[in-house]
Design a protein around this ligand. Structure first.
Ligand SMILES: Cc1cc2nc3c(=O)[nH]c(=O)nc-3n(C[C@H](O)[C@H](O)[C@H](O)COP(=O)(O)O)c2cc1C
Length: 304
């Protein structure tokens, strides 16, 4: 049974990917590929400067999910690309470098350096819901998305993926990204949310707001993927609340060519990629499909 897929110019041995920000250092990305069986891995979003992130608490568990406001904490792109990327590449699956920036020139600088360092693709994080000037407001502005992607598509040889979050203009932004040269759209990031400690009578997170992830957001992400598949010709990558093979398969049926797994790693461990792969394989065999490609978009009823 063939589970390999093509994501534009990129080939993957199976449609599972590690989502950005969940495992950070290069050796963990390698483990996700080698031990876990992920078909591709995405790095933490890298910024130009080192970012300490917000003071703790930065994560809180809620019913059916997690709210985080890590604040894009990372070591800065330069040291990551020289120290961690080579380790991640030892996993021998595509390594996608996620990039967060406030200005077009910063995106260009980091993406070009990521390409030189051996990244297989870049994923533009235009969707962080809890760091001002670094995400959500950009992804919700189709003109800004177009400007950034056009600039990068003109200089990059590796594929440029765009990660969008939930907004009223998500579809418009995705269409603008495709027209500007993006090779895939990832949907969605976490959804802006908060939690209140009723005993302390104040918000739990020091940043007050964070991003909700996990099973709670899956039906919303599924709807986004379904709509995006109708509007785009480039591949859609589903992200949000994948916790087992069924929630990965419904993304594929909605039109995702691949799925990213994030929060579920904390519950199910690194083996979740292989569990999903095996579950999908069993489903395909049982239902007499000959390849995973046959189920992509099948819930729309018509072949694209
Ligand atoms: C602790 C944590 C850190 C995250 N960091 C990033 C990040 O740096 N860049 C990014 O694009 N998404 C980041 N995300 C969002 C995930 O990549 C993913 O879009 C989101 O969690 C939804 O998927 P899930 O429900 O499978 O977790 C982060 C999520 C969590 C929980």
């Amino acid at each position: 049974m063939k589970l390999g897929i093509r994501l534009g110019r990129m080939r993957m041995k199976n449609p599972t990917m590690l989502a950005s920000g969940i495992l950070c250092n290069g050796s963990l990305l390698k483990r996700a590929a080698v031990e876990g069986g992920a078909g591709a891995v995405v790095t933490k979003s890298l910024t130009r400067e080192v970012r300490e992130g917000y003071p703790t608490p930065v994560v809180v568990g809620v019913d059916c999910g997690v709210i985080n406001a890590v604040g894009l904490a990372n070591q800065g792109f330069a040291s990551y690309l020289s120290e961690d990327l080579p380790l991640a590449k030892e996993g021998r699956v595509p390594v996608i470098v996620s990039v967060a920036a406030g200005r077009v020139e910063e995106f260009e600088e980091i993406c070009v350096r990521a390409e030189e360092a051996g990244a297989d693709a870049v994923e533009l994080n235009l969707s962080c819901p809890h760091v001002e000037g670094h995400g959500m407001e950009v992804g919700a502005d189709p003109a800004a998305v177009s400007r950034i992607v056009k600039d990068l598509a003109g200089v990059m040889k590796i594929p440029v993926h765009v990660k969008l979050g939930l907004s009223d203009r998500m579809i418009e932004s995705a269409v603008a990204a495709e027209a500007a040269g993006a090779e895939a759209v990832v949907a969605i990031n976490t959804i802006r949310a908060m939690a209140i400690d009723v005993d302390a009578r104040r918000p739990v997170l020091t940043n007050v707001y964070g991003g909700l992830s996990g099973p709670a957001i899956h039906p919303i992400a599924l709807r986004c993927v379904f709509e995006l598949y109708r509007e785009l010709s480039i591949p859609v990558i589903g992200c949000g609340g994948v916790s087992d093979w069924r929630t990965a398969l419904d993304f594929l049926m909605a039109g995702a060519s691949a799925v990213q797994v994030g929060s579920a790693l904390a519950v199910r461990g690194i083996g979740i990629f292989r569990e999903i792969e095996e579950g999908i394989r069993r489903y395909l065999v049982k239902n007499k499909f000959s390849s995973v490609k046959e189920v992509i978009g099948i819930a729309h009823g018509v072949k694209r």
